[in-house]
Structure formats: structure tokens, C-alpha cells
Design a protein around this ligand. Sequence first.
Ligand code: FES
Length: 110
Amino acid sequence: MSEPVYQVIGDAAEVAENRGKAYIVDGVQIAVIRHGGRLHAMDEFCTHADASLAFGIVKDGCVACPWHYAEFDLETGAAKSLPAVKPVRIFPVRETADGKIEVAIGGGDA
Ligand code: FES
């Protein structure tokens, strides 16, 4: 597995606790979500019918899709409840000391 190559995508202050925000990074549409003070990055769109997980309900380590409430694990991307059955991809993400969000698309766990 190759080393993740991080790039700055925005300011960490743009993503409030238990909220998400959509970004396009190298042509990949992702949702960055903050939960428990930590950032998580995943495919933006739900694997059931393509709702944006950037507008999901964040609770108990999961994001629930805003349309039909399928839940995805923020750590693994696994679909935890119906109607979604396929996982979303997760991407390495970190918050820098100077308050930026960095994401790695390609390499790492993606
Ligand atoms: S679009 Fe996400 S659960 Fe249906």
C-alpha cells in the first residue's frame, strides 16, 4: 500500500461538530464529517440512492443518510443498516496545526 499523499482542501472551521461538508478532490466527491472532535472523510453519496452524506445525521459513530436513514460507520464506511448494503469508501483525513483540512485521495485506505 502506498503512502497517502495529503492535500489541503479547506479550513477545519468549515466543518462543525456532528456536521458534514461536501468537497471535490481530484474529481472525487467526498463528505468530510466531524464527530467526537475528529474528522472523517468518505464518498459523498449514499450507496442506496445517491443522497449526499454531507447532509446526514451524525450520531454514535455513524452518519445516517438524510433520505432513507441507512447508517454508515464513520471509521470503516461499512453500511450498518438498510436500505444500504454496500459500504462507502473512506479516505485518510487530518486537521493540521494551523487549522486546515488535509485529505488523501488515492493510496492509503482509499
Ligand atoms: S439514499 Fe441513502 S438510504 Fe436511500
